[in-house]
Design a protein around this ligand. Sequence first.
Ligand code: NDP
Length: 286
Amino acid sequence: MTRILKGKPVIDSLNTHLKSESEGLRSRGLVPVLAIVRVGENADDVTYERSAEKCCAAAGVEVKKYLFAADVREEEILSAVRAISVDKNIHGALILRPLPPHIDDRALCRALAPEKDVDGITEYSMAGVYSDKRVGFSPCTAEACIDMLKHYNIEIAGRRAVVVGRSFVVGKPAAMMLLRENATVTICHTKTKELAALCREAEILVVATGHAKLITEGFFSPRQTIIDVGINVDEEGKLCGDVDREKAEGIVSAIAPVPGGIGRVTTAVLAKHVIEACKRSALKET
Ligand code: NDP
């Protein structure tokens, strides 16, 4: 029987720990605060923002929002990010991306103080993911994949992992983090040949392509644990992942489904990072 790896128990367990950490900080007069920067009214951004607010509230993290019209001038948003970077009462910032094309994404990332980059978008955080330096914070979704595997006691070390997708937001950092946990990792993308055969060999399969039900019959095998990261809408208008769950169930060992899997674990990881950033800033000041 296929085990369903639900996100909620992972979130509940994270939140219990985070709540006690944030209470500890509050008792010392420290309130962890996340700044959310959103440009425009993109529905996905608004949904993600709501999820982040909910998770932060559960973890005892305050949220301060910086909302801009879609046609905001680049200089205006840059100066807001610079102000966040020097504000001692803000510990982390989430910049909802992609940004409108008239805003230079890299310039905005550079304007963010690395220690407040709780979603792994600055070069400093990337250096932490792609080297052994352990600095900054990893992208939240990639870390959520690892947290979920660990929560369900799924062994990573020594196992064959395949990551489908190589974006800097999910695929590449997830692959690097699996490697750090001593998995043997293969990264697949649109030019990969014999994708189904490679996926079948995976004991851990992380899929982040943005293509509904791309991973289907012929891709599955009994020893697999699948983490489906994709968020798509199917032909009936229902939310679905990159993995054809109906076809996977009954064959694979375990699957984190969409919806109800990795999605909100991502925002719980975000709250975790803000609390850690708050602790680090307090340490720096003592
Ligand atoms: P990108 O579009 O940036 O990257 C998609 C990756 O998938 C690319 O590397 C691409 O390869 C690869 N890919 C696309 N089609 C195929 C294919 N047919 N075969 C093999 N590889 C393929 O997407 P993101 O990484 O940003 O997001 C991926 C998915 O994850 C989306 O559905 C997104 O909504 C979801 N997501 C979910 C989050 C959550 O919290 N749960 C957070 C972030 C994203 P190539 O490089 O060759 O183009």
